[in-house]
Design a protein around this ligand. Structure first.
Ligand SMILES: NC(=O)c1ccc[n+]([C@@H]2O[C@H](COP(=O)([O-])OP(=O)(O)OC[C@H]3O[C@@H](n4cnc5c(N)ncnc54)[C@H](OP(=O)(O)O)[C@@H]3O)[C@@H](O)[C@H]2O)c1
Length: 249
């Protein structure tokens, strides 16, 4: 990039950050004390073949839940367990969600994709379809993974993400995440949005910082395994009910 273009690029990156801040969900302060909630028995995992989703499935089975995994290609999961049901489905095909959502007590969503360089509504449209199915089948609880960098967590992925990765590689993707968060926040379900820092495939450490986390300067990380554990913990907690909570290692 020539030096003459640099001020324009910086202005674009800052404007995008402000737009992501305004468009994403901004949480009210969390309630003073979270009441525990009854542990669900049957849970649906969306994005089950992905990085976080696989860990959600494995850890949910370890915790004794009856797990339904939604997968576009069930053969990708390569996991068998008497308490695991795999349902073929696509979040962009509302009819395929019906058999997966019916009868569940809660949904965990770790939806993602790699179509970075074109306008997309996969996350927002897919989540809106999921919310409609949850409403139709009276499924009360949703825990959904988005990302730091939007709403009241704008800028919190550090300078490298704020001034390079998000404006150059992920503007469409992050814009769709703001729509996804708004669809969730406007829904009638008991929702929690979990916004991780940059994800790694590291081991579960069992410790995670949460709340208004992240750094405006540095890029912080967190393992998918720890994010999955934190998402599962939310099923039994009202601490972050109807809020978006940042998480990092
Ligand atoms: N990478 C990071 O550093 C980072 C940081 C913060 C937040 N996040 C966010 O965290 C979330 C999870 O990321 P990840 O890397 O763990 O997941 P991932 O490996 O990208 O997996 C995404 C999952 O979504 C599924 N999916 C995509 N389109 C679908 C559709 N139309 N219907 C049903 N399922 C569909 C994929 O299924 P297939 O296997 O069929 O494709 C896959 O199971 C993403 O939203 C990501 O943006 C990522």
């Amino acid at each position: 990039m020539t030096l003459t273009l640099l001020p324009w690029f910086l202005a674009y990156a800052i404007a995008l950050s402000v737009a992501l801040a305004l468009a994403g969900h901004r949480s009210r302060p969390a309630p003073a004390a979270g009441e525990p909630r009854p542990d669900p028995r049957r849970i649906l995992i969306v994005g089950a073949t992905g990085g976080t989703g696989r860990r959600l499935v494995a850890q949910a089975l370890e915790r004794g839940y009856e797990v339904t995994a939604l997968a576009r290609d069930p053969s990708k999961l390569q996991l068998e367990d008497p308490r695991l049901t795999v349902v073929r489905g696509d979040v962009l095909d509302p009819a395929s969600l019906e058999p997966a959502v019916r009868g569940q007590d809660a949904v965990l969503c770790a939806l993602g994709h790699k179509r970075f360089f074109q306008p997309t509504r996969i996350l927002s449209q897919g989540t809106a379809n999921l919310l409609r199915a949850m409403d139709a089948h009276a499924v009360p609880r949703l825990v959904c993974e988005t990302a730091l960098g939007i709403g009241d967590a704008a800028g919190r992925m550090g300078l490298y993400y704020t001034f390079f990765v998000i404006p150059v590689i992920l503007p469409f993707y992050f814009w769709d995440k703001t729509r996804q968060e708004r669809a969730i926040a406007e829904s009638g379900v008991d929702w929690t949005i979990v916004r991780p820092a940059v994800l790694t495939n590291g081991e579960k450490r069992g410790t995670i910082r949460h709340g208004q986390v992240g750094s405006f300067l540095l890029t912080l990380r967190v393992s998918r395994a720890d994010v999955a554990a934190f998402m599962l913990d939310q099923l039994r907690s009202n601490e972050h009910l109807r809020t978006a909570v940042g998480v990092c290692g």
